[in-house]
Design a protein around this ligand. Structure first.
Ligand code: PLP
Length: 743
């Protein structure tokens, strides 16, 4: 749709509209005939026209004023500031030939308009459409606004279909993972051209048409920039005072660290010429933009999330590992078993990660990966997620750990009480194991019983780990008090829970759905037999639903334990539950620790839970996870299945088809070559985009047929390029079992 058509329509429907121009009629030729005396051409008196428009606006009219951009913003600046800006009059200024959008009018006419000046005007909105469709779609809202507006006119035909008509919102015009190009106006087209050229070099760029320079869509800028490695600010304006300055101010204000590349006009006047020449001589063609981005990224020779020709170089990882093993420096090498080398093909996979952003991580050798493990659960939103990192930085400015309690303890406890069913009372600690252990101690104190029945994994402390075969160092008495039940097996529950049982603690769901009535029946049995029911919600909490499994399945436990997803990577856990049980923590049951009220993690928890709620993250993860699951199933390979909750599925291998460890190792090594870090699980975060998951599906679509062929030939083991992975300690279906011995 053309600007002229839309302005005509709006003028005819709104008698307040007066169209004015200073001898600049190119885009409004038909309007004098349509509007009669509501059309005013003042000749060359731009300043006078602004003052006149202000007077008309004061009398209830809505003037739409056309003039050359440079004259509007510089020669009429004083009038705009005083007549329009200060009283906030709804005059709509349409600047022709904005930026260097010229077909060669001569130096004065082609002079740059000054966005820096315009954004300094109180109340003024600044709108910079990418093309005429964009402008026409925004026009109704721009005319309806009661504030003065500066519109950069463009008559360029549509370059992309537009989805956003709210002129205050930025528009993502193309997706990408590595680089975010923020631009507006005619340079959107050049950014798209640069994006194509970058893609040919394996660099994925997203393009954001910022559209509104004032007010700036800050959240969109932070979200898109933070999801990538490099923020490119591309503008047909000087660096000072334009979009680059605005983004820089935003980053400083929010305390966000970013790698920013400004591509703006050099601090000199450009030579008037036709537009293609100006673009070329000033370095604004897609080619020149792409070249500057490539130079800036200056990646080491690391692999990327792409079909790499070779396995990643992992020399730095291997050397760190050797240091960790030197004379037994770090026994086991890792502090978290699931991150240890046993879970990765030795010789192929990296061992140490240096940084992360969104759903991407970079190892110490500079290789980039799409991460499907996400810190083994905590990274629910994404690495370096701006809203959480800002909350942490803001708290860091005030302090970390204090000598008295901190108000966040109260704030976050109230937040959990509102969010989690049954959370009448709340206590914080640091690890998952802290709170499962506190729950068990509390249950023993409340019931006066000692036996514990569990199902799932609950951490490293004596009471739980005693049921596994890694139980050295645990007194026999402790071991004898704990037994296990089988998930979804009520017969095993009935056998295990008796009048000596203090509690049944279980993960309400891991990779198997609870059978109909299982959790409700378990609840009933516990109540009948006087045992407490404790949910270990490390994986289900904030993921299956914001209120966790209790909200999702409608069964409320006596106590529930949370940690992983609640603070996007900061160390914090929460024990929640019945007020009468939790009241014992006031004195008789001792559960205190130095860092329990540490404020950075509490600030992170508040910000994380806020984001999880505001963005309906559990629902988003479920939808993306379902698509992934369906995509894998549609590939039709009978030797794999995809069990689990939608937000966290796994690729399970059928043991009758071959060795699951060899199959998993093969898939892992092939994924690593394609830039995906994977241990069999799809631990989705809010930062995993549909295109990330499509990429993973595309990888599976290549790897699984080749695995099928190797299974047929019996050659999976010989196709491995490194040492296969070891079994997971924390099994995914049948947990460590230690049924109660008949006494
Ligand atoms: C279900 C469950 N419970 C408890 C824990 C122990 O948590 P942490 O390792 O933070 O002590 C974990 C850790 O993986 C877990 O998955």
């Amino acid at each position: 749709m053309s600007y002229e058509t839309e302005l005509t329509r709006l003028s005819l429907t709104d008698p307040r509209v007066i169209v004015m121009t200073a001898e600049n009629r190119a885009a409004i030729r038909s309007l004098p005939a349509v509007l009669g005396d509501r059309f005013v051409d003042v000749g060359i008196c731009e300043q006078t026209m602004i003052g006149m428009a202000a007077g008309l606006a004061l009398r209830g009219r809505r003037p739409v004023v056309h003039a050359l951009a440079a004259f509007l913003t510089m020669r009429a600046y004083e009038f705009i500031r005083t007549d329009l800006g200060i009283p906030g009059l709804p005059v709509k200024l349409v600047g022709y030939v904005p930026g260097f959008l010229s077909e060669g009018n001569g130096p004065t006419h082609q002079a740059l308009e000054d966005v820096a000046i315009m954004r300094g005007i109180p109340n003024l909105e600044v709108f910079c459409p990418a093309d005429e469709d964009d402008l026409a779609a925004a026009l109704p809202a721009l005319l309806a606004s009661d504030r003065p507006t500066y519109i950069r006119y463009t008559n360029r035909p549509a370059i992309v279909p537009h989805t956003v008509s709210d002129p205050h919102r930025a528009e993502l015009v193309a997706e990408g993972r590595d680089v975010a190009i923020f631009t507006h106006g005619l340079l959107v087209a050049e950014a798209l051209r640069a994006r194509e050229l970058l893609a040919a070099q394996g660099i994925s760029a997203r393009v954001v048409s910022v559209r509104s320079l004032k007010p700036l869509d800050e959240e969109a800028i932070l979200t898109h920039g933070s999801a990538t490695d490099l923020w490119v600010i591309l503008e047909d304006h000087f660096k000072a005072g334009g979009l680059f300055t605005m983004v820089a101010e935003l980053l400083v204000e929010r305390g966000v660290r970013a790698n920013v590349l400004p591509i703006a006009l050099a601090e000199r006047w450009f030579r008037p010429a036709l537009l293609p020449d100006v673009l070329r001589t000033e370095g604004f063609t897609g080619e020149a933009i792409a070249a500057r981005i490539v130079a800036r990224l200056d990646r080491p020779h690391g692999n990327r999330v792409a079909h790499n020709a070779r396995d990643p170089r992992i020399a730095a990882s291997q050397s760190l590992w050797a240091r960790s093993q030197d004379r037994g420096l770090i026994p086991a090498g890792t502090q978290t078993l699931a991150k240890g080398p046993g879970q990765y093909v030795d010789g192929i996979a990296p061992k140490y990660l240096a940084r992360g952003r969104g759903a991407r991580v970079w190892d110490v050798d500079g290789n980039e990966f799409l991460d499907m493990t996400m810190g083994v659960g905590p990274i629910s939103l994404g690495y370096a997620y701006p809203a959480v990192d800002e909350a942490i930085r803001a708290q860091l400015d005030d302090g970390i750990t204090f000598s008295l309690m901190h108000p966040l303890e109260v704030d976050v406890a109230e937040l959990l009480r509102r969010t989690i069913p049954g959370a009448e009372a709340v206590r914080f600690s640091k690890t998952g194991c802290d709170v499962t252990t506190a729950a068990v101690r509390l249950a023993r104190a409340f019931t006066g019983r000692e036996r514990v029945v569990c199902c799932g994994y609950h951490g490293w402390h004596d009471w739980y780990i005693s049921v596994t075969d890694r139980n050295r160092g645990i007194p026999r008495g402790t071991q004898e008090l704990v037994s296990t039940i089988a998930y979804n097996d009520l017969a095993s529950v009935l056998e295990a829970v008796d009048d000596e049982t203090a509690c049944v603690i279980l993960e309400p769901m891991v990779f198997e759905e609870p059978r109909s009535g299982f959790l409700a029946e378990l609840r009933r049995i516990c109540s009948d037999r006087g045992a407490l029911l404790v949910f270990d919600e490390m994986w289900t909490g904030f993921r299956l639903a914001l209120g966790g499994a209790q909200a999702r399945f409608g069964v409320v436990a006596d106590l529930a334990c949370f940690s992983k997803a609640m603070a996007n990577g900061m160390p914090i856990s929460a024990l929640t539950g019945r007020a009468d049980v939790m009241a014992l923590l006031a004195r008789d049951v001792f559960f205190f620790t130095t860092f329990g009220g540490e404020a950075l993690s509490l600030a992170a928890a508040r910000a994380t839970i806020g984001e999880l709620a505001a963005r309906s993250v559990p629902e988003v993860l479920a939808a993306r996870g379902r698509r992934l699951r369906e995509g894998i199933s549609a590939l039709g390979f009978p030797f794999v299945s995809v069990p689990g909750m939608d937000a966290r599925t796994m690729l399970a291998f059928d043991p009758t088809a071959g060795s699951p460890l060899e199959m998993k190792s093969y898939v892992q090594q092939e994924l690593i070559r394609r830039g995906v870090l994977w241990t069999g699980f799809h631990n989705l975060s809010y930062s995993h985009t549909d295109s990330d998951l499509d990429y993973l599906l595309g990888c599976y679509a290549e790897i699984l047929p080749s695995l099928a062929e190797k299974l047929t030939r019996g050659s999976v083991a010989s196709a491995l390029r490194g040492k296969p992975v070891e079994p997971v300690f924390r099994k995914t279906t049948q947990f460590h079992t230690k049924p109660r011995r008949a006494s």
